[in-house]
Design a protein around this ligand. Structure first.
Ligand code: BGC
Length: 719
């Protein structure tokens, strides 16, 4: 090995006293084309356990490679490869290590859809901070999260990975998670770079099938799919991942309009775009490029800087530069963006990860506490007839169903290095809950998650008959949602419904716990249930959080971030649709046209009474300030948290607007007997305006409604 330390030490780019821009320029000036192209590629390192991406052999890692996806939990392997980069490559450029840290690294907390149901961005920020700390201490500097794809089709498995059907909600949680991952400064210990994905429109997947083309008008692109990305970019997201979908003819990974016009030119993003896994090469199967070389040209020219895993850039960019099809200026811009992040992360100064024992990295008490808080705040009480919940102490309780004693499926998809053994099952949670006597907790599986084996039914009924109340624990396996996990119907498999029908015959009160990575079709379950609690996939503290809610130690405060249709056939169904010409007609003949549970639905053990919605003014002019206010009183017997969703409706507009749009939300704790004032400071441009199909913001005079719960107040914007 040649000792280059002497030369390196005198290099400007090695000196942190200089600005990052100068260091980038200096380093770029020293790099040859081959070294530059290496920076634009990402390979993998370690054992990949993601079944959608298996088949990728671990490659020989060149010391010059730009980035690696690091699949291991310990930093040793990563550090040894980093050493090669730092010491054996000519310029000693450190490698950027990325990984899918989606809802926790080892301390797995609820899936993103559940996080959104908490309506608590501060808590989500804390949880992402926990994930960042565990990832950082394991050798990861960059997470492929958050996913901010607005998704309105529960059949699509990836609804679990985003924050639901509303653009504003996705934006709020995009910003919260970026803050949680990145903190104030990227070079800080225990922080990682975030990646907004999948840019853009992936959630519009036709019929909920994954990877398929999407048909998105420019108006809808701007109205619905772009806003969360814009908010995430404003919050400082270091990187963006291009999506798999084809946007009305131009694939997202080769889309100059979205990748360059919007992201780089209008939003001035200075970070870089990484492709999704093999997405450059997939431009061939999508019918855009005839071969890998063309694919590399299309993607790179559109503004995609880093090629994840498929080697197209590695093999062809050099040739494209030599042929004059790609300019050196464009290469430098792309490489510069990647180097900038490496400098920002402090990788040149601190390329190695400190080796810490597991108990200093994982499952710290404070981390578990955040995970538990978030789990309980995410759970949504869908139904609670006659106050059947919380459970009465001293009751004999039968926990029946495939989820009752299960750990694995409570982790959800993309559970990184989450370990089934860390999960507190529902049964374990209730057994440990204060005030419940172990011998009063009965259990039977009843059936599996699917199939048609009813042999466990008899035992389940025998057990249920001994109890005062039945808690049926049903739901989806973790592999039923997430990537490449579309389902044609979103009802639970018949066997679980049949178990419930049999349990109903006992005449005992029936509570249904549902764990799922998507909204469910509950049309056959709901009529059987006295109470229903949607717990999503809550992560390792699942059982503790469920027990907290069942016992009344915690008053449920989650609300749905996505509509629960009455049946799958209603999909797509979402609250912020445009108006129809014939509101009295156009209904389904055979079922209701209303969803079973609307966006924002969620019950509490206490009762909140709403005062009168007041506005600071009813006639406003541009430049005015406007404030809406309402008092909410907790008139029930439990302390509780209430979330207010503030909507705006614009009844007549030159581009028609949805029936209503969420513009702000706030969650507050209200002790029993007390009241709190909720306020919404309305920014006229932001909250009453809208974008056209070129992304231009417009604000038109006329009537608007400010809406909260079942109240609405009219205002008028005048000259
Ligand atoms: C997924 C991405 C993920 C990437 C890397 C892809 O298959 O679509 O969400 O970040 O793999 O694992």
């Amino acid at each position: 090995m040649t000792d280059l330390s002497d030369i390196k030490d005198r290099s400007l780019y090695k000196n942190p006293a200089f600005s990052i821009d100068r260091r980038v320029d200096d380093l770029l000036a020293r790099m040859n084309l081959e070294e530059k192209i290496y920076q634009l590629n990402q390979y993998t390192l370690g054992r990949n356990n993601n079944e959608n991406n298996i088949g990728e052999a671990v490659k020989n890692i060149p010391a010059e490679i730009g980035s690696l996806i690091y699949f291991e939990t310990t930093p040793e392997l990563r550090n040894s490869v980093q050493k090669k980069a730092v010491e054996e490559s000519r310029l000693g450029i450190p490698i950027l290590f990325g990984y899918d840290v989606i809802h926790g690294f080892r301390t797995i907390y609820p899936i993103s859809l559940g996080q959104a149901a908490s309506w608590n961005p501060e808590l989500v920020e804390d949880a992402c901070g926990v994930a960042a700390q565990e990832a950082f201490t394991s050798g990861v500097n960059w997470t492929f999260s958050p996913m901010v794809d607005v998704a309105r089709d529960g059949r699509w498995g990836r609804v679990s990975e985003g924050y639901g059907e509303d653009p504003y909600v996705n934006g709020v949680f995009a910003a919260a998670s970026v803050r949680g991952y990145q903190g104030d400064t990227l070079s800080a210990k225990n922080k990682v770079a975030a990646c907004l994905k999948h840019y853009v429109g992936y959630g519009a997947s036709e019929a909920g099938r994954d990877y398929v083309p999407t048909e998105i008008s420019k108006q809808t692109l701007w109205d619905t799919y772009l806003p969360p990305f814009e908010v995430g970019i404003k919050a400082g997201a270091a990187t963006v991942m291009s999506a798999f979908n084809n946007i009305s003819g131009i694939p997202a990974s080769a889309n100059y309009y979205t990748l360059t016009e919007i992201l780089k030119k209008r939003w001035k993003h200075r970070g870089f775009v990484v492709s999704d896994w093999d997405a450059v090469k997939q431009l061939i199967t999508q019918g855009l490029a005839a071969n890998e070389k063309e694919a590399a040209w299309y993607a790179f020219s559109a503004g995609l800087e880093m090629d994840m895993t498929d080697n197209c850039y590695q093999k062809h960019l050099g040739k494209l530069v030599k042929e004059g099809k790609v300019s050196m200026e464009a290469i430098d811009d792309a490489v510069g963006r990647i180097l900038r992040l490496k400098f920002e992360l402090g990788l040149f100064e601190n390329p190695y990860t400190e080796i810490l024992p597991d108990d200093k990295r994982f499952l710290l008490p404070s981390s578990l506490n955040v995970a538990e808080q978030l789990a309980q705040e995410s759970m949504v009480l869908l139904k609670n007839n006659k106050g059947v919940l919380p459970l009465k102490k001293g009751y004999k309780i039968a926990f029946i169903g495939p989820m009752a004693n299960n750990r694995l499926h409570l982790l959800g998809s993309w559970s990184a290095h989450g370990n089934e053994k860390d999960v507190v099952s529902i049964l374990d949670g209730i057994r440990k809950e204060k005030g419940f006597i172990k011998k009063n907790i009965l259990f039977a599986d009843g059936c599996g998650f699917d199939g048609n084996d009813q042999r466990g039914f008899a035992e389940a009924i025998r057990v249920a008959e001994q109890a005062d109340i039945i808690i049926a624990c049903l739901g989806e396996k973790k592999t039923w949602s997430g990537e490449n996990a579309s389902r044609s119907v979103i009802a639970l498999p018949r066997i679980q419904e049949e178990l419930l029908e049999n349990l109903k015959k006992t005449g005992k009160p029936l509570v249904v716990l549902l764990s799922s990575g998507r909204p469910l079709d509950l049309s056959r379950i709901e009529p059987l249930a006295d109470a229903m609690l949607e717990i999503w996939q809550p992560g390792i503290t699942a059982g503790i959080a469920v027990a907290g809610i069942l016992s009344g130690r915690y008053n449920p405060s989650g609300k749905l971030p996505i509509t629960f249709p009455y049946t799958t056939g209603q999909i797509p169904i979402y609250y912020n649709h445009r108006k129809s010409g014939r509101t009295h007609q156009g209904k389904y003949q055979n079922i209701t046209s209303e969803p079973l549970y609307s966006f924002g639905h969620g019950l509490s053990y206490t009762k909140f009474e709403y005062g009168t919605l007041k506005l600071s003014s009813s006639k406003i002019r541009r430049g005015d300030t406007l404030r809406a206010e309402i008092e909410v009183k907790n008139v029930g017997n439990y302390d509780g948290k209430e979330t207010l969703l503030w909507f705006v409706a614009d009844p007549f507009s030159s581009i028609t607007r949805p029936v209503k749009e969420l513009k702000y939300f706030e969650k507050k704790e209200i002790p029993a007997g007390e009241s709190r004032i909720f306020t919404f400071d309305i920014n006229l441009e932001r909250d009453l305006g809208f974008v056209n199909e070129d992304g231009k913001r417009l604000l038109e005079n006329g009537i608007f409604y400010i809406m909260v719960k079942d109240q609405k107040v009219k205002i008028e914007l005048i000259d």
